[in-house]
Structures are given as C-alpha cells and as structure tokens.
Design a protein around this ligand. Structure first.
Ligand code: ATP
Ligand code: MG
Length: 284
C-alpha cells in the first residue's frame, strides 16, 4: 500500500543532567490512506510522544515524518487532534465552539456553508438537540462528542486521537466508538489512535501497533485486524478469531513488550543525539 503517513526511524530524547533520556528510538511505521491504526503499550512507554510528533506538537530528535509527501515540521489544520477531554471554551455553545475552528480553517467559505458544516457534524455525533448548550451544561461524553464533531468538521487529512474515550464509562465509550467509526468510514479518514483498551483497539483498527516498553520504546509487533466493516460489536464477540487476536495482544503486553525487536535495518542518518552513550535510562 502506498504510504500516506511515513514515520521513518523517528527518535525522541530529552536532555537531562545525566545525558539524553531516550524515550522513543527508531520508530518506523507506514500508514496507508484511510487506514485506522491503534498504538498500544504500557503506560509511559511513549505513545503520546509518538502522537505528538505526528501532530507536530513536538519535534523528533532524529528521523522524519512525511504526511501526504510533505514533511511534518509543526502543527497544522491537516491533522485533527482529539485528546482525552476536548479543550472547549466554556462561554461558547457547542455550536460556537465548533464554528470557532471552522471559521479559522475555512475563512473563504461563506458563513452559511460554515454554519452548515458545524451543524452537520454536531448532528452526526448525536448533539442535534444540544447545539446551543454550553460545555458546563453537557456531560463528559457529550463534550467529547463536540470534540469529535469539531475534529471532523475541520476536514483534516488525518486524525490523531490520544485515548479519546479514556475518561468515559464503558457504555458511553461504546457509543462514542460507534460514532467515531461511522464518521471515519463516512469521511474515509486516516486515523492513528492511542489506547490502553485491547477491545477498543480490536473493534476500531485495521492494524494495531504494539510498542515495546520504554525507555527507547519502539514498534514491537504489528497485528492486522481483518474483520469486515462495518463492524458489529456483538458479531465480533462471537468470532473465535477475535479471541485469538486478543490473546496475542495481551500476550505481548504481559510478556513480550519488554523485549526489543530483532535488530532492524539501520536508520539512514547518524544520530546526533548520542543516544547510544551510556546512560542509566538506556539499560533496558
Ligand atoms: N518534556 C519531557 N521531558 C522529559 N521527559 C518527558 C517529557 N515528556 C514526556 N517525557 C517522558 O517520556 C515518557 C513517555 O511519555 P508519554 O506521555 O509519551 O507516554 P505514554 O505512553 O503516552 O503514557 P500513558 O499511557 O501513561 O499516557 C515518559 O517516561 C515521560 O516521563
Ligand atoms: Mg499518553
């Protein structure tokens, strides 16, 4: 598959008094257009760091990221980011919060069309009756619906989601997974999502990228999830293949995540961050 997002031997380290602390090392992944990828791994391994580098919110120390053939050098409207809880302005209604982004990204489109876009996505996520409520008058799940509507309304090339449903109870989580899947399918978006939840990853993804434990975390194993779409949660739970994949994920997280994968082909450029120098954090 032609790669739409090309993450090439990306490393990230932070300077510390004892030398650079290598958080992520030689992370390599090609994502096809329209693919749904989940990143899973133990807490603190560097999942959010990888996502933040794709978002352009932090720079890679070495390596590079190409999105649709262009190098990622900073944040931009071509990448919609959804975090655990959306950043909404409390004095604006759900509708105006979405409009704020739409106005900024589409200043040349007529006001009527911009309003239509905001209205459309808020309806799709199920907030048609709450357009004019302020965040304080919405539940956490409803606020996250606003966050999803806003992300899709800005029509980004891809979506980056960092545990978007991590703070929700499981019923609301299921509802919003369905909302996300239907939006994703409707708009044919490319998505990279960080999650801790193996069932969420299996339900949503085309591939699940399992990260090894940090420091110097990297891609451990990649699981292809080939259930036909649209997916039905109940049907999936009756499929023995589902449990086979689930076992593989849990097996990796419980046993294999602490091992680094067999040595990969060397990165093309030398690493100026001296990440191989002896450092307590490097003892893996
Ligand atoms: N600005 C920073 N300076 C130094 N170390 C940092 C910085 N930001 C993150 N780290 C370290 O990088 C590591 C990875 O953090 P990251 O937030 O990417 O993990 P994560 O996999 O998303 O964890 P979680 O599942 O808990 O969200 C952590 O050990 C963290 O302490
Ligand atoms: Mg995180």
């Amino acid at each position: 598959m032609h790669s739409f997002l090309d993450i090439s031997f990306v490393s990230k380290s932070y300077p510390t008094a004892a030398g650079p602390a290598v958080i992520v090392r030689d992370f390599k992944l090609d994502v096809g257009k329209g693919e749904f990828i989940s990143l899973i791994g133990h807490s603190g391994c560097g999942k959010s760091t990888v996502l933040a580098m794709i978002a352009g919110l932090t720079n890679a120390t070495t390596g590079g990221i190409l999105l649709a053939g262009r190098e990622v050098t900073g944040p931009g409207p071509d990448r919609g980011v959804v975090f655990q809880s959306p950043c909404l302005l409390p004095w604006l209604t759900a509708f105006d919060n979405v409009m704020l982004g739409v106005d900024r990204v589409y200043p040349h489109v007529s006001k009527a069309e911009r309003r239509q876009v905001a209205d459309y996505y808020l309806n799709v996520v199920g907030l048609g009756d709450s357009l004019h409520r302020k965040p304080g008058e919405l539940s956490q799940g409803m606020r996250q619906r606003v966050g999803l509507a806003r992300a899709f309304a800005l029509s980004p090339k891809m979506l980056l989601l960092d545990e978007p449903f991590g703070m929700l109870d499981s019923l609301t989580r299921y509802e919003l997974q369905d909302v996300l899947l239907s939006l994703w399918q409707r708009d044919q978006k490319t998505a990279v999502m960080v999650t801790h939840d193996v069932d969420e990853a299996l339900f949503l993804s085309d591939r699940i990228v399992m990260m090894t434990d940090g420091p110097a975390a990297t891609v451990g194993e990649i699981l292809s999830v080939r259930f036909p779409r649209p997916r039905d949660r109940k049907q999936l739970l009756e499929d023995p293949e589902y449990y086979r994949l689930r076992e593989q994920l849990i097996g990796f997280l419980e046993e294999r995540s602490h091992r680094r994968p067999e040595s990969r082909s060397a990165p093309p450029a030398p690493r100026p961050d001296h990440s191989d120098t002896a450092h307590p954090l490097l003892v893996v």
